[in-house]
Ligand binder design. Structure first.
Ligand code: BGC
Length: 800
């Protein structure tokens, strides 16, 4: 139960949602859990996405030309259909379904589908399918189909194909936009049992090659069948014919290889796909290697809490995170797409969501975080160019990032409630740079990896700090620095109701975190070995006066407050906005998560109200400890007392619609850390964000990876209170009452499986046997040194 996601019965209205949640992937590519016999239509949305394969198209919408870069839906490798005699090709909607079951086996990374149906001729057939995208060999996937003739005999024709006639059609809101990313499609039949197809993306000219080998077995023995090739312009298939007697079954095994011209260590993708396929064993052997790889992953990453449903949801979240990024992604030069490789929402772009993902990855797979941060480092030139073009210095990273690191945020977005296209100003969320800097620093803190800091990390930190220094301007009247014209994490406010220029001023989160970045950049510089520090300063032309300015800003940044300094204002002027009639809107609309669209449809705007889509000020309490935040504010000369935190939490909780799935993760976290009630229900809601398929759900278009990783992270770093700093593993658990016990494991200082168990009033930490050095564990002030093979078992001291 903790390792499966199960669906009984077929429900066309739910199919898109299931497809996203039943996606199987390996960090290199992923395939939605679509039915193999289906093509894209109003029920089914097959999709296969390869990490980092983007393409840019221009669309004409009315008078406007809109350019978008999107992750590409590559040719579909799944197609596997069948027909009995001269009957129609099997389609779920044309038969009487007697049984239907779909099970995602998380432990083994395997999607199972079992169905039984009666056709128009009254014949009963049983079908069982198993498929996986190989974790062991990232270029391989396999689908096995067993067809059982329960009460008929006759001719069975099986069609096994590769479909290049696909486009990006997975998101309704993008329907008016250009969607055909593939051209130059060539089909081939390299040998008797293999078909192949190569396509190229239109603009980025990435070649994508697939080769599929189809074999048939009866009673475990290979079966020679008659084969016919069906080659069309954009797809290729083969039809295999055989006879089945009553009670007999055949098993069709389709093994597929996929390569693109982005791959390393290949000559050319068509050739590579063929070679990979030739070297590939049969379904069972491939599956064995795949399961073995997943075993290793789960051993290192397991999380178990009291309550099978919660553990199952956490496993599902980890599963999808790891299918999107894992060791296979280390050499791919990719970031983490906000919606996974599970659908086309947000066009596969990379956002600040990494701030919810990397800290967890660092606890489990630090080398992966490092690789993913390199995606950002490689795009420093583009971020520098963006800063220059906007009149700033340093690196201004894009709010949405794709292939080359330029700004990919849309300029216009569609409000589905009205059908109107509206200007989109979300690229003003300059705080994206804060997320990158934060991740660099936390990675360094957790791993002590000075190599990474010296080579890439510090350069990122310094260039991002430089940007914040240049966008901050000195306000003579206040004698403070201000940052104008930005957007905070709360996307509802992109300007003032009475001002034409876009953006808001002095977003508290941005201003305070900018100071934090300036501090960390200077600290990083101090920590570098002397030679490297000198070389980097010379390379970046970083002089004393610039560092002095950073220091000055970090003492005199403006932070807005209201209610006599009791509330940190989300941005300057926030308190002058109107209060929203939350109850009235809830009564009228029910779900008001997308209050922005509702207000827009009413001819109104969220800019007029004290209403947030998601955590903004509260992000400060999420990212920084109260000591850290207190010190920051004190240095800036602002009052801070512990009560500031609960007071601000109460204030903003009441004014947030949770229009982003990230919001509940943050709220649940800050409530737990501030010992306020209410963390657990929000945690459960965050856990359910993708699993629930209510009317407002967009999971069919892709999972929400930030919320998925964020909930697992919450269990680790908030509830279990794991912190890696000052060369020690700190444990400061704050378990909600509902969470009885938990057991998890982290990678720390070369120890691959440090087990932490909290429960029964005790804390137990076990370091696995090895020849590594001992580690230091700190629990509520008590330090213990633990060598390999040793266990610390102490009474748990939990803060109330
Ligand atoms: C949220 C952003 C997030 C993006 C991608 C938006 O709805 O408001 O904070 O980065 O989704 O997940």
């Amino acid at each position: 139960m903790i390792w499966t996601l199960r669906y009984d019965g077929f429900d066309p209205a739910e199919e898109g949602h299931r497809e996203a949640l039943c996606t199987t992937g390996n960090g290199y590519f992923a395939t939605r859990g679509a039915a193999p016999e289906a093509r894209a239509d109003d029920v089914h949305g097959p999709g296969t996405y390869v990490a980092g394969v983007f393409d840019r198209l221009t669309s004409r919408v009315g008078e406007r030309e809109l350019e978008h870069e999107s992750i590409v839906n590559v040719p579909n490798w799944l197609p596997l259909g069948f027909r009995i005699g001269d009957g129609p090709w099997f389609d779920l909607r044309d038969v009487e379904l007697l049984d239907y079951e779909q099970v995602l086996d998380l432990r083994r990374g395997l999607l199972l589908r079992r169905l039984r149906f009666r056709d128009a001729e009254g014949q009963t057939t049983r079908v069982a399918q198993r498929r996986f995208v190989s974790m062991a060999d990232p270029h391989l996937a396999a689908l096995e189909t067993t067809i059982h003739a329960e009460d008929w005999s006759g001719q069975l024709t099986i069609s096994s194909g590769i479909d290049g006639d696909v486009e990006n059609g997975g998101v309704d809101r993008y329907r008016e936009l250009a969607a055909g990313h593939l051209d130059a499609i060539a089909c081939d039949r390299p040998d008797d049992e293999t078909i192949a197809l190569c396509a190229r993306t239109r603009q980025s000219r990435i070649a994508i090659a697939l080769a599929a080998r189809t074999r048939v077995h009866r009673a475990g023995e290979p079966l020679a069948v008659e084969r016919r090739t069906i080659a069309e312009e954009r797809r290729i298939a083969e039809e295999l014919s055989l006879r089945l007697a009553v009670g007999e079954a055949v098993t069709v095994e389709k093994v597929v290889a996929l390569h693109t011209s982005r791959d390393v260590a290949i000559s050319e993708p068509t050739l590579a796909a063929r070679r990979t396929l030739i070297g590939a064993p049969g379904f069972d052997a491939l599956l064995q290697a795949h399961v073995l790889r997943w075993d290793g992953i789960w051993d290192a990453l397991r999380v178990e809490v009291d309550g099978p449903a919660t553990t199952a949801a956490l496993n599902l979240h980890l599963f999808h995170l790891l299918q999107t990024v894992n060791g296979n992604a280390v050499d791919l030069d990719v970031g983490v797409p906000a919606r996974g490789l599970h659908g086309e929402a947000y066009r596969g772009h990379v956002f600040w969501d990494e701030i919810f993902i990397f800290p967890l990855l660092t606890l489990k797979l630090p080398e992966l975080t490092r690789a993913l941060l390199r995606y950002r480092h490689r795009r420093l030139p583009e971020a520098r160019a963006a800063a220059r073009a906007a009149g700033f210095s340093g690196a201004m990273f894009p709010w949405q990032s794709g292939s080359d690191g330029r700004e990919e945020s849309q300029q216009w977005h569609l409000n589905p409630l009205t059908g109107d296209w509206r200007p989109d100003r979300s690229h003003r969320q300059r705080h994206i740079g804060i997320a990158i800097a934060y991740n660099v620093w936390r990675h360094y803190q957790a791993t002590g990896d000075l190599e990474f800091l010296a080579h890439e990390g510090a350069e990122l930190l310094l260039e991002i700090a430089r940007f914040w220094s240049s966008i901050a301007s000195y306000d003579r009247v206040r004698d403070r620095y201000v940052i104008r014209g930005v957007m905070g994490p709360d996307e509802y406010h992109d300007g003032y109701p009475d001002r034409d220029e876009p953006g808001i001023d002095n977003n508290a989160y941005t201003n305070l975190m900018a100071v934090w970045v300036l501090d960390r950049a200077r600290e990083a510089l101090d920590r570098l070995p002397h030679q490297r520090r000198r070389a980097l300063r010379e390379q970046l032309d970083l002089h004393r006066d610039e560092l002095d300015r950073w220091r000055d800003i970090s003492r005199r940044m403006f932070v807005p407050f209201h209610d006599d300094g009791r509330i940190i204002s989300q941005f300057e002027g926030y308190e002058q906005l109107q209060e929203l009639d939350w109850d009235g809107y809830r009564d009228r609309y029910g779900d008001i998560a997308r209050l922005d669209r509702i207000l827009d449809a009413e001819g109104d705007s969220p800019n007029r109200y004290r209403a947030s889509k998601q955590a903004d000020v509260l992000m400060l309490f999420y990212l920084l400890s109260s000591e850290e935040l207190g010190a920051l504010l004190a240095r800036l000369g602002y009052p801070f007392e512990y009560a500031t935190i609960p007071r601000n939490i109460d204030y903003y909780v009441a004014r947030t619609s949770h229009g982003s799935t990230l919001s509940r993760v943050v709220h649940s976290w800050v409530l737990a850390r501030a010992s306020r009630p209410g963390s657990w229900p929000l945690f459960l809601q965050a856990l359910d964000s993708d699993i629930e398929s209510g009317p407002g759900s967009t999971t069919a278009e892709g999972i929400h990876l930030g919320a998925m990783a964020g909930t697992v992270d919450l269990v680790h770093r908030c509830y279990a209170g794991i912190e890696l700093r000052e060369d020690a593993l700190w444990l400061d658990p704050r378990l909600p009452d509902e969470l009885g016990e938990l057991e998890l494991s982290v990678r720390y200082r070369g120890h691959w499986d440090v087990r932490i168990r909290i429960g029964g009033g005790r804390l137990r930490v076990t370091v696995p046997p090895s020849d590594r050095s001992p580690i230091t564990v700190v629990h509520r002030g008590a330090r213990s040194v633990l060598g390999p093979g040793e266990t610390l078992d102490v009474p748990l001291r939990v803060l109330g």
